[in-house]
Design a protein around this ligand. Structure first.
Ligand code: URA
Length: 230
């Protein structure tokens, strides 16, 4: 059971102060009866606003095709954010909707978003070794010798105290490759190719764990079942 004002503000409907006016205006019902106090406690499933059930009261889990040019921070000073693609109400939720790991502004592809911090921690922790698959094009020919080097678990990135965990590299053509990593270090894929003398020109994530982006168009997202990673 939660207070109505807390419930409405945490789900992004309105501020706690505005909840008072919403309730006074008869917009909120609990089990079919108009709510009479912001402090009234209720189960989210029993609450209607303007006659509609609450919007995802038990949490959100989304898979987005992140387009190029958007950032994964919440700070709009860094450029347009991936959150701007979501409904306004979801952008006001608290706990906030955040990305599970990040993709660079100039990386496209599969991006997960949720308001469940436990899921963020679990899926981004290197301990859990969730495989992420990236498709990269680079500015120099890649040699076959890179495959065992990336797989060896000895590739050292500048400024890091531990080498990268083993990563599976598949060469698709001399300047295009698919790389599977289980960590999520800062600019990891670009830096791994950089350590091999190649600059990444395009980078796109196709898979995250068992999930594949498929033909979801850039800028679009779908909801995933809440038990996807249960
Ligand atoms: N590695 C990178 O270098 N950039 C990304 O966006 C993701 C992984």
């Amino acid at each position: 059971m939660r207070r109505l004002d807390q419930m409405l503000s945490s789900l992004g409907y309105c501020s706690r102060r505005e909840a008072r006016a919403w309730i006074a205006g008869g917009r909120v019902t609990v089990r079919g009866e108009p709510a009479d106090d912001v402090g009234q406690k209720a189960l989210p499933a029993d609450v209607l606003v303007d006659g509609e059930p609450l919007d995802h009261p038990d949490g959100l889990l989304l898979m987005m095709h992140k387009p190029l040019g958007l950032v994964c921070t919440h700070d709009a000073r860094e450029g347009p954010t991936v959150y701007s693609l979501l409904p306004a109400r979801w952008q006001r939720r608290n706990p906030p909707v955040t990305t599970i790991g990040r993709l660079d502004k100039d990386t496209s592809g599969l991006l997960l978003l949720t308001d469940q911090s436990e899921l963020v921690h679990r899926l981004t922790s290197p301990k859990h070794k969730v495989p992420k698959i990236y498709r990269a094009t680079v500015d120099a020919d890649l040699s076959a010798e890179l495959v065992p080097r990336f797989a060896s678990g000895t590739l050292q990135l500048a400024g890091e105290d531990r080498p990268c965990a083993p990563a599976a590299l598949q060469l698709m053509s001399p300047r295009e490759a698919e790389l599977t990593v289980t960590e999520g270090r800062y600019h990891q894929v670009r830096r791994m190719f950089g350590a091999a003398g190649a600059t990444v020109l395009t980078l796109h994530r196709t898979n995250f764990g068992l999930l594949a982006l498929g033909d979801l168009p850039p800028g679009k997202w779908i909801e995933l079942p809440p038990d996807t990673f249960a």
